[in-house]
Design a protein around this ligand. Sequence first.
Ligand SMILES: Nc1ncnc2c1ncn2[C@@H]1O[C@H](COP(=O)(O)OP(=O)(O)OP(=O)(O)O)[C@@H](O)[C@H]1O
Ligand SMILES: [Mg+2]
Length: 233
Amino acid sequence: MLEIDCLTVRYGPITAVRDLSLGVKSGEAVALLGPNGAGKSSTLLAIMGLAAGMGRIAFDGRNLTGLSTEDRVRLGIALVPEGRRVFANLTVAENLTLGGALLSGRAARDAATDQVFVLFPKLAERRAQVAGTLSGGEQQMLAIGRALMAGPRLLILDEPSLGLAPLIVAQIFDRIAALKASGLTLLIVEQNATQALRVADRAFVLANGQIALAGNAADLLATGNLAAAYLGA
Ligand SMILES: Nc1ncnc2c1ncn2[C@@H]1O[C@H](COP(=O)(O)OP(=O)(O)OP(=O)(O)O)[C@@H](O)[C@H]1O
Ligand SMILES: [Mg+2]
């Protein structure tokens, strides 16, 4: 579904991602792991057209080069950004409506909102609350819900566990597993390797902008020393 070939992302003199190639098949969950500054977010931003990359990125066989972020969302790619970035002054419902801005018609938006509320009943309870006053976990649910409003076939998550207590991380990953079970294709960036590997089919470990290790998620989980070797944990 997603093919990245020889992606390089530079910010002036800094090379954040170097010659990275990876693929995500339809229905699969792929984890992209690695320490701070490895180039994980830069890779995701390049997929969305939010960072300039050299190389080829294709979705459903279609080259994304030159397409706007909006066009990429229309094709079926949605990003849950690092740090959640919910609109703090808007309510839960308003945040979701904006996520569904590309859907045509109120009926489609209402149906998408209902689906998000089934996945995250807590958001339904809090629909009139301004997002800035939600807990971190609730904000993460909202960020995921907002991305789902676009009706993506590929959902990309950038560090969904960031700054959350272990119990909340487990709840978020339970919902991510439910999304995978529903057939959604996932690309998950995480520093929490264990949680990500539990839901993923395959994983890539990024270090200094390059793939240091790739493999079956179950095998990497069994190896156990992954964190020590590559994540500095
Ligand atoms: N807008 C930018 N301008 C200049 N350098 C940047 C920019 N964004 C990222 N970088 C640099 O690119 C490198 C990779 O950053 P990136 O955010 O992709 O890493 P990451 O793996 O997502 O890290 P983290 O786990 O901390 O989120 C870092 O050295 C970072 O300082
Ligand atoms: Mg990042």
